[in-house]
Design a protein around this ligand. Structure first.
Ligand code: JDQ
Length: 241
């Protein structure tokens, strides 16, 4: 079974998150364990300090190493280099998180997600206690918590039993390197916009062909990089991470 531990100065952000939706159901059914730990519990001083000024100068603050390394050691259950958990730091400097990475991490026993804040974390934490850094995209948010939630949702969808239908996670979008086409539900006419008649024709062959064409056209228009993915990544073989 997969256990996910999160290290954060804002553990309360994860309380509603772990109760709701598909993830809440999975935690309740015992398909997955999820716990958020308050980094300040691993401080020693009376002000429970987790940050300090950057060496070399510059704006903002940096997360100091001691609380983070001690939290990771306590939670990942590791003192030396022996690995029983995968320790991941959310970071704009990470390698790209993807559907494929999510599928691989869902096969782990123990995932520890480390959330920074401020301008980032002391490099020695990464050297001493982090296995890999991952980025959810090329934009900067204010801390690792929202990226961690994205990772948790994407990974948990691959945990057996989490989605009702075991096909759902695979068939959706990116595994096939295609965007989804448009979807419709009732009513047939909404403010003069009608559902494409082919979808109401009952001809399953024509419906499948139409959906494939829509998906191909949309992918070519919006995400041509998905169509030529291996070339775009200089023929880097897939299936790593
Ligand atoms: C942290 C910050 C200035 C980072 C602090 C910790 N994909 C992705 N985007 N943003 C993050 C990840 C992320 C993750 C952890 C974070 C951003 N920040 C804010 C501020 C420079 C770098």
């Amino acid at each position: 079974m997969l256990r996910i531990d999160v290290i954060t100065i804002f553990p309360e952000l994860f309380e509603p998150f772990r109760k709701l939706g598909v993830l809440g159901g999975a935690v309740e059914k015992g398909l997955l364990e999820l716990e958020a730990h308050d980094l300040r519990r691993f401080t020693q001083d009376k002000h429970r300090t987790v940050d300090d000024i950057p060496y070399g100068g510059g704006p903002g603050m940096v997360m100091k190493p001691e609380p983070l390394v001690e939290a990771i050691e306590a939670i990942a259950g590791r003192k030396g280099p022996e690995r029983n958990a995968r320790v991941v730091l959310l970071s704009p400097q990470g390698t790209p998180f993807s559907q494929e990475v999510a599928e691989n991490w869902a096969r782990d026993e123990h995932l520890v997600l480390v959330c920074g804040r401020y301008e980032g974390i002391d490099q020695r934490v990464i050297e001493l206690a982090v296995d890999q850094e991952t980025s959810i995209g090329d934009y900067v948010v204010s801390g690792g918590e929202v990226p961690a939630m994205a990772v948790i949702e994407a990974v948990s969808r691959f945990v057996p039993g989490v989605l009702g239908n075991p096909e759902s996670a695979r068939t959706e979008s990116f595994q096939e390197r295609m965007l989804e086409g448009p979807q419709y539900t009732r009513p047939v006419d909404y403010r003069g916009q009608i559902v494409p008649p082919v979808l109401r024709s009952g001809d399953h062959g024509r419906i499948a062909d139409w959906r494939k064409k829509q998906a191909r056209n949309r992918t070519q228009e919006r995400r041509p990089d998905l169509i030529n993915r291996d070339e775009a990544q200089q023929r880097k073989p897939r299936g790593e991470d």
